[in-house]
Design a protein. Structure first.
Length: 256
């Protein structure tokens, strides 16, 4: 197998090997992939290690790594909104939640690249899965623009937002809302929900089409137009600024 790490701040993953194709997800700096077949114009079918998602990426956005490197999960995540990483003596600005390799005296490696990082980081093995931690991670994305397929503070979709928060607490969620709705423990009543539980919403055909993170049984943070905080009740989401009901509540799940 061809193992690789993303070496650009954010790499688009597309449905087809074409720049005009739909973006279905993203790799952030330092995330690992298995690279499958290649196509013309530098496209490669990349499979994310963290969630198994597949899509077409530019091969130049990746650096080959060894099977030993691939087997080791990220040691930490970059903790500032934008972070300075030194790569072979050249600066790279990477977003919140980017993966960092194991560092010794602020230095590590990704493939043949020497990585230096002296900024703030989050260790998923030491993350306290408590209200203060969960709110702090979620609030880093406040007012981030909605972007279909996005997973970064530069643009994020509803399930990318929830996935990244849990990723930084050492919990792996699948990529799409309907997939995340199959994980975790079912919570029967909104009144029993607590901060960090995920609420899922469906359409008229019963398909899960949206997800957000509960801050309390009455408040939700979610990516809809932008990452925002709205009210929630047993029927669904009510926008705080318009009073409009926008989503219909289906189920609630707990992951920690």
């Amino acid at each position: 197998m061809n193992y690789a790490a993303c070496m650009v701040p954010v790499a688009a993953m597309r449905l087809e090997p074409d720049h005009r194709s739909e973006m279905v997800s993203q790799f952030l700096f330092g995330e690992y992939a298995v690279l499958h077949q290649t196509e013309k114009d530098g496209w490669v079918l990349a499979e994310s290690k963290s969630d198994g998602y597949r899509g077409w990426c530019q091969q130049t956005h990746f650096q080959p790594i060894t099977p030993v490197q691939y087997a080791i999960d990220p040691a930490a995540f970059a903790a500032d909104w934008v972070n300075h990483v030194d790569m072979n003596g050249r600066p790279v600005r990477v977003p919140f939640g980017s993966s960092l390799p194991v560092l010794y005296d602020e230095q590590g490696s990704l493939g043949e690249h020497i990585i230096r990082f002296s900024g703030k980081s989050l260790d998923p093995l030491k993350a306290e899965r408590e209200t203060e931690t969960i709110r702090g991670l979620a609030f880093m994305y406040l007012n981030t623009a909605y972007l279909w397929g996005g997973r970064s503070v530069f643009g994020v979709d509803c399930s990318g937002f929830t996935q990244m928060i849990y990723r930084m607490m050492g919990i792996s969620l699948l990529r799409d809302a309907q997939q995340q709705a199959t994980q975790g423990e079912l919570i029967n009543f909104l009144q029993e929900a607590r901060c960090g539980d995920l609420a899922f919403f469906d359409d008229a055909e019963g398909r899960i089409i949206h997800v957000g993170m509960l801050l309390s049984p009455m408040e939700i943070i979610h990516a809809s137009g932008k990452v925002r905080i709205d009210r929630i009740d047993n029927s669904g989401i009510v926008q705080v600024d318009t009073g409009q009901r926008t989503q219909r509540l289906r189920i609630i799940r707990r992951y920690c």
